[in-house]
Design a protein around this ligand. Structure first.
Ligand code: ADE
Ligand code: ZN
Length: 328
C-alpha cells in the first residue's frame, strides 16, 4: 500500500468549492445560464489570484439555486472524497449560498444535504459533518444571519461555525457577535486566518473570536511567540498546502511551512480547501507531502490522529471513525 492509499480525515472543505467544473457546467446547461467566462479552454476553473478566485467561486454558485442542486452536489462530492480514501469529512456550508441567510430556506437546503450525506454513508462508507460558515467580505451584519441559521440547526450534524472569505477585508473582531451566538448554541469554532493575513490575524482569531481551530494559519510560522501560543492552547491548524501553493503563498510544497509547524509541536492536519479549483485531491496532498518531506505511513497515521482529536463530532462518531481507520 502506498501512502496515497491510506485512509484520510479532512477537516477543511468548502462545499461549493468542491463542485467539479463539469458538474457546474451541467447545471448551467440545464438552467440556461451562461458561465463560459469562468472556465479555461481545458474545462478547469479560470482565475488569476485570490480575489479573482473568490469571484469565480461566487459565479459558479449562481447555478446552485435549490435544495435539489445541493443534494446532487453533496453526493458528487462524497463519492469523489471516498474514492480518494477519505473516511470522515467536515464541509463548510454557507447559508448565504443556501437560501440567502433565510432560516426556513436554510433548513430545506440542510435537509437535502443531510439526506445525501446519509445516502453517501451507506453507499461509500464516508461520514460527513457540517460547519456553517459566514463569508467575511459579506460583512458582520450578514454574518449574524449565518450564525442564527447555525444556532437554530446546531446538533449532531451541524457541529461547528466558522468564517471564510477575503481575509484582507475588515477584522476578525468585527464578527464577535456571530461567533458568540454560535458558541452559546454549543457549536465548535474555526475561522480562516493566517492565509492572506499575517500572524496578527491568527492572534485575533484566537483572542477575539475564541476559536479552537484555525483555517490555514500557516503564516504563524513568521512569529515564534505565536507558535508557542498555538502549542500551549492546543489549537489545531486546518492546513491546505496545495491550495496555498496554487494561490501563490509558497512556490511549491517543499517551501510550505507545514513540516516546520509540525516539528514545532503545532497540531497540523491536511485538507484540500476547494479541490477542483486547486487541481488537487486528498490523495494528491498525501503524495506531494510524502515527496516533499519524506512522510511515511506512521507520519500520516499521526496526522489522522491529530485530525480525529480536533474533529467537530460527538464521541460516538469519533470512536466509530477511529475503528474505521484501524480497519484499513
Ligand atoms: N472560500 C473558499 N476557499 C477559500 C479560501 N481558501 N480562503 C478563504 N475563503 C475561501
Ligand atoms: Zn478555506
Amino acid at each position: 500500500m502506498t501512502v496515497a492509499d491510506l485512509p484520510k480525515i479532512e477537516l477543511h472543505l468548502h462545499h461549493e468549492g468542491a463542485a467539479p467544473p463539469a458538474f457546474i457546467r451541467q447545471l448551467a446547461h440545464e438552467k440556461r445560464i451562461d458561465l463560459s467566462g469562468i472556465f479555461k479552454p481545458d474545462g478547469s476553473y479560470d482565475f488569476r489570484d485570490f480575489a479573482h478566485f473568490l469571484s469565480v467561486y461566487e459565479a459558479a454558485c449562481e447555478v446552485l439555486k435549490s435544495p435539489e442542486d445541493f443534494r446532487r452536489l453533496t453526493l458528487a462530492i462524497l463519492e469523489e472524497s471516498a474514492a480518494n480514501g477519505v473516511v470522515y469529512s467536515e464541509t463548510f456550508l454557507s447559508p448565504d449560498f443556501c437560501g440567502g441567510g433565510d432560516l426556513h430556506a436554510w433548513q430545506d437546503y440542510l435537509t437535502a444535504i443531510q439526506d445525501a450525506a446519509d445516502e453517501a454513508e451507506r453507499k461509500f462508507d464516508i461520514t460527513l459533518r457540517g460547519v456553517v460558515t459566514c463569508v467575511r467580505h459579506f460583512g458582520p451584519e450578514q454574518a449574524k444571519f449565518s450564525a442564527h441559521c447555525a444556532a437554530e440547526t446546531a446538533g449532531d450534524w451541524v457541529t461547528g461555525f466558522g468564517m471564510g472569505g477575503n481575509e484582507s477585508i475588515g477584522t476578525q473582531g468585527e464578527f464577535k457577535w456571530a461567533f458568540d451566538c454560535a458558541r452559546e448554541a454549543g457549536l465548535h469554532l474555526t475561522t480562516h486566518a493566517g492565509e492572506f493575513g499575517g500572524p496578527e490575524s491568527v492572534r485575533d482569531a484566537i483572542h477575539d473570536l475564541g476559536v479552537e481551530r484555525v483555517g490555514h494559519g500557516v503564516r504563524a510560522i513568521e512569529d515564534p511567540d505565536l507558535i508557542r501560543e498555538l502549542v500551549d492552547r492546543d489549537i489545531t491548524l486546518e492546513v491546505c498546502p496545495g491550495s496555498n501553493v496554487v494561490l501563490g503563498l509558497y512556490p511549491d510544497f517543499a517551501a510550505h511551512p507545514i513540516a516546520r509547524l509540525r516539528e514545532a509541536g503545532v497540531n497540523v492536519t491536511v485538507s484540500t480547501d476547494d479541490p477542483p479549483f486547486f487541481h488537487t485531491t486528498m490523495r494528491r496532498e498525501y503524495e506531494m507531502l510524502s515527496e516533499a518531506f519524506g512522510w511515511n505511513a506512521e507520519d500520516f497515521a499521526a496526522l489522522n490522529e491529530t485530525a480525529l482529536n480536533a474533529a467537530f463530532c460527538d464521541e460516538d462518531t469519533r470512536a466509530r471513525v477511529k475503528k474505521r481507520l484501524e480497519k484499513t
